[in-house]
Design a protein around this ligand. Structure first.
Ligand code: TYD
Ligand code: MG
Length: 464
């Protein structure tokens, strides 16, 4: 029989305290701490004792097994490792159940047994959704008993290749004196499932709901218990969804999977640049294209700026999909290094398509978008802009520029404005290297007016 130790645990936040206290020092909730017995577990892993040369220790032979949903395998660095525990975290309604059901059907379709623990929905609802998504393989099993003992039992008897738990907030352990979904329950049941996964070799995929604040019981407290944490997010009203690994014990954390939520489930978006640029109107003042990185994949995104002259009051900057403070900084650079009267305008900046552009590599694009909007002078449509901008107005180098230039060329762009240190791009792409913002402004190819006698528009913002 395992030795028990008595500890005092807060049922709100799961913090452990050596003695009873009326108010939890960790989360400040009143009357939530009570004494519970826990099996005493040594901290750290039990080892063989003796020291041995590190070079003689074999590396873990476990190789990832593809789940068969390409964008998921891309993020996982190949697939799921046997005995690993992966948490899929995201806001309610973002598509976690849909994604995991597609993964489950794919693994089962390839001949593996998959057990789906349905805690959020009745098995009949899960079946209806599965039907909508495609053929339902016979080795996809469903259970609706969410006690951790029942789940552990299924792992041992069925030995599935994959166990999906939807969601960890619905699993309970009767031995833990706390309500279902509380932090104490979530922590205890997840720890138990992790132990069971290691013991049986079953890969486990746990779904966890987070709110915008990330504060609700669950995923945040699990991050160090599981091997991998995948974050699933996107625009609530848009169709695009992004899957990222925020922690990954077995592979990279810098890949991003991109999906479209369609009427028949999540579809991969293998060529996001084309998707982002499909509705672009060339010749629009304030519109520029920047190659940014989505994971390790360069993606072309349109940045739009709109400048509306204000009279008598200082203008404001409003940003969507772009960091507002970064935009303010770049506006200040444009004003003081290139002489633009930015404060005379309300400037609106947006990354098109619901993407978030938070890379310094987009600085030059944001700066020239603002300048183009203020001047009313469109940038030529086949130009991409890439470079970080410093407070001195200098243009700095950015990582993976060569790949960004390749992707720009592939999508039909023929001129790139880039930092002085930029490599040569692919043949056919003209790389214009410039040291600072004023030089880039002078060199940026402008959109040719539709007819030779069309009137030149704007120039109102430039004071020198
Ligand atoms: P769901 O996977 O239930 O989200 P979560 O498990 O993260 O709470 O998906 C929620 C939304 O997705 C829901 O509003 C319906 C929509 N949806 C589709 O648009 N297409 C589909 O094929 C499916 C199954 C769901
Ligand atoms: Mg769900």
């Amino acid at each position: 029989m395992a030795k028990q130790r008595r500890v005092h645990v807060c049922r709100e936040c799961g913090a452990e305290h050596p003695t009873w206290t009326g108010r939890c020092p960790a989360c400040r909730a009143w009357a939530t701490v009570s004494e519970v017995a826990q099996p005493s577990a040594p901290r750290g892993r039990a080892g063989s004792g003796g020291a041995q040369p590190l070079a003689d220790v074999g590396t873990d032979p476990a190789l990832p097994v593809p789940v068969g949903v390409d964008e998921v395998d891309r993020v996982l660095g190949g697939g799921l490792t046997s005995g690993s525990v992966t948490l899929l975290a995201g806001e309610p309604g973002i598509g976690k159940s849909t994604l995991t059901l597609q993964v489950a059907a794919s693994v089962a379709g390839a001949g593996g047994t998959v057990v789906l623990v349905a805690g959020e929905e009745a098995p009949s609802q899960v079946a209806a959704r599965a039907d909508r998504l495609g053929p339902v393989p016979p080795s996809l099993l469903v259970v609706d008993d969410c006690s951790v003992d029942a789940i552990a039992q299924v792992m041992r008897t069925e030995r599935p290749q994959l166990l999906v738990v939807d969601s960890i907030q619905t699993v309970h352990d009767p031995a833990v004196d706390s309500i279902q979904g509380s932090v104490a329950q979530v922590k205890a049941t997840a720890a138990r499932l992790v132990a069971e996964a290691k013991r049986t070799g079953v890969s486990v995929l746990l779904i966890g709901h987070v709110t915008k604040e990330g504060a609700i019981a669950g995923p945040r407290v699990l991050e160090h218990v599981v091997d991998t944490v995948l974050q699933f997010d996107g625009e609530r009203h848009g169709q695009l969804r992004f899957l990222r690994a925020v922690k990954h014990r077995f592979g990279p954390t810098d890949e991003v999977g991109i999906f479209d939520m369609t009427g028949s489930g999540l579809q991969a978006v293998p060529d996001p640049s084309t998707r982002y640029l499909q509705d672009r109107r060339p010749g629009l003042a304030g519109s520029v294209v920047v190659p940014v990185l989505s994971g390790r994949r360069p993606v072309l995104v349109e940045i739009q700026a709109l400048a509306v002259e204000v009279g008598g009051r200082p203008g404001q900057i409003t940003a969507k999909g772009v960091d507002g403070r970064r935009a303010a900084l770049l506006a200040a650079v444009l004003a003081s290094r290139a002489g633009y009267r930015v404060s005379g305008f309300d400037v609106f900046l947006s990354a098109v398509g619901g993407v978030t552009v938070d890379e310094p590599a987009a600085d030059l694009g944001l700066t020239l978008a603002m300048a183009s909007a203020i001047d009313g002078q469109p940038v030529a449509p086949d130009v991409v802009l890439c470079g970080e901008v410093g407070l001195g107005g200098e243009i700095r180098s950015v990582p993976l520029l060569e790949q960004r230039l390749q992707e720009s060329y592939r999508l039909g762009f023929r001129t790139a404005l880039a930092p002085g240190s930029a490599p040569d791009g692919p043949t056919g792409l003209r790389v214009l290297r410039h040291g600072d913002v004023p030089a880039a402004l002078a060199a940026v190819p402008q959109h040719a007016p539709p007819s030779p006698d069309a009137e030149a528009v704007g120039n109102g913002g430039r004071s020198r």
